[in-house]
Design a protein around this ligand. Structure first.
Ligand code: HSE
Length: 430
């Protein structure tokens, strides 16, 4: 029997404690699967005496994760501290310098520093694995890096944030507003006290940038992700979406074409015929399109101690078995730098909701703005009649370029009969 794989865990929150619990509970199973034991030897967190449902007495304790990464008698450091810089980055850098492998669930850190960390890890001959960083327990990193290795993957997209998916699902099912549902989700512990990373799309953008790099073999380009969260989604748009045969989902979508790399996170109208339209609640789902395999769909829990620990341990198992694959599918020194496509160049169809005074000529003026920008209208519906108060007019368009759509909407917003700024949601072609 080989020597045990010695593991140091930095950060004992829900995922850290869950990982320690999983490793203890599945000790025999993992021993059989790896041919060696997976042993936690050291842990680090801020408060030694906090009750986490695990007994830390048997492990070397470090108040300082960087010191642990440097000094612990360990083969792997599991970084579960979180945050895009600070102690998480310093811990990973210290682990690499000390010749220790890294497993991390930290998407923010990798989105910012992933290319540099992967290069440093490769140079030091250690692994940098991150299955838990994207969609929690859903094995999408391994799928892209390993199972789909024989394909050119040109598109990867999905529901990458459980908090947003939960809020949008509740809004649809109950007709309540974003603020109402968010407040309830916070009270139930489904949403953070400061929800902005989730509801403003930042968490999904972190994950999308990692998926793009894995799928396309390109350098991380987090700053180039177009990001729009769900704060502006209203019950009336959810209702109209239903009437038009759509559901509103926050999708992250990355595509590499000859035009360049497009990465975007925003609310989308998704055809109810598509399986992803029915992924509800806190669930995540990712679709990867390969040239030989075609569409593949992965779905599961994107957060929580158990699912995320499951992904962390999968990475530890690879290291224990001596399985080494490049962090982002190709060696970090050979990641390509893609041409980055700005959102203005995005091409797609659009849902537009206007609040207008129902007076003669209003629709003609709106149509003229679309005509001037060569935007073709696909359908239009109007509810109610009021020459003095606003009534909703909903339009859908054929495929157009975002820049044209924005210019048309700017023109429409200037019309005196249009009484509030236009609401626009992109219709996603899946
Ligand atoms: N907060 C995330 C979510 C999980 O709601 O999906 C961790 O990225």
């Amino acid at each position: 029997m080989s020597q045990p794989l010695r593991i140091a865990v930095a950060g004992l929150g829900t995922v850290g404690a869950g990982t320690v619990q999983l490793l203890a509970k599945q000790h025999e199973l993992l021993l059989r699967r790896c041919g060696r034991a997976l042993e936690v030897v050291a842990v680090s967190a801020r408060d030694r005496n906090k009750d986490r449902g695990i007994d830390v007495a048997g492990y070397a304790w470090y108040d300082n994760a960087v010191q642990m990464a440097r000094e612990a008698e360990a083969d792997v450091v599991v970084e579960l501290i979180g945050g895009e810089d600070g102690p998480a980055l310093a811990t990973c850098q210290a682990a690499i310098a000390a010749g220790k492998h890294i497993v991390t669930a930290n998407k923010a850190l990798l989105a910012r520093h992933g290319t540099a960390l992967a290069q440093a890890a490769e140079q030091a001959g250690v692994a940098l694995n991150f299955e838990a960083a994207v969609a929690g327990g859903v094995p999408i990193v391994k799928a892209l890096r390993e199972a789909l290795a024989g394909n050119v993957v040109d598109r990867v997209y999905g529901i990458l944030n459980g908090t947003c998916n939960y809020i949008l699902t509740e809004m649809r099912e109950t007709g309540r507003s974003f603020d109402d549902v968010l407040a309830e989700a916070q009270a139930l512990g489904f949403a953070e006290a400061d929800p902005s990373t989730d509801v403003d799309g930042i968490d999904a953008a972190h994950k999308l940038s990692l998926l793009a790099s894995l799928a396309f073999g390109t350098e991380l380009a987090y700053d180039a992700v177009y990001v729009q969260g769900i704060r502006g989604v209203t019950p009336i748009d959810i209702e109209f979406a239903g009437e038009l045969g759509y559901r509103i989902k926050l999708l992250g979508s990355a595509r590499l074409t000859e035009r360049g790399l497009e990465q975007r996170v925003h609310p989308c109208m998704v055809d109810t015929d598509k399986p992803i339209a029915h992924v509800d609640g806190v669930y995540n789902a990712v679709i990867a399109q390969g040239d030989f395999v075609e569409d593949t769909l992965y779905e599961g829990r994107g957060a929580g101690g158990g699912p995320t620990a499951s992904a962390v341990v999968a990475d530890l198992v690879d290291i224990a078995r001596g399985q080494r694959v490049p962090t982002f599918s190709v060696p970090a020194t050979s990641l390509n730098r893609a041409t980055l496509l700005p959102m203005d160049r995005h091409r797609g169809a659009y849902y537009i909701r206007l609040n207008v005074l129902d007076q003669p000529g209003v629709i003609a003026d709106i149509s003229a703005a679309f005509r001037d920008e060569a935007v073709s209208i696909e359908s239009m519906l109007q509810r109610g009649r009021s020459p003095t108060e606003g009534v909703p007019v909903v339009l859908t368009t054929h495929t157009t370029e975002e820049a044209q759509m924005r210019r048309a909407l700017d023109q429409i917003a200037q019309l005196s009969a249009v009484v509030e700024p236009p609401h626009m949601i992109r219709i996603e072609e899946l």
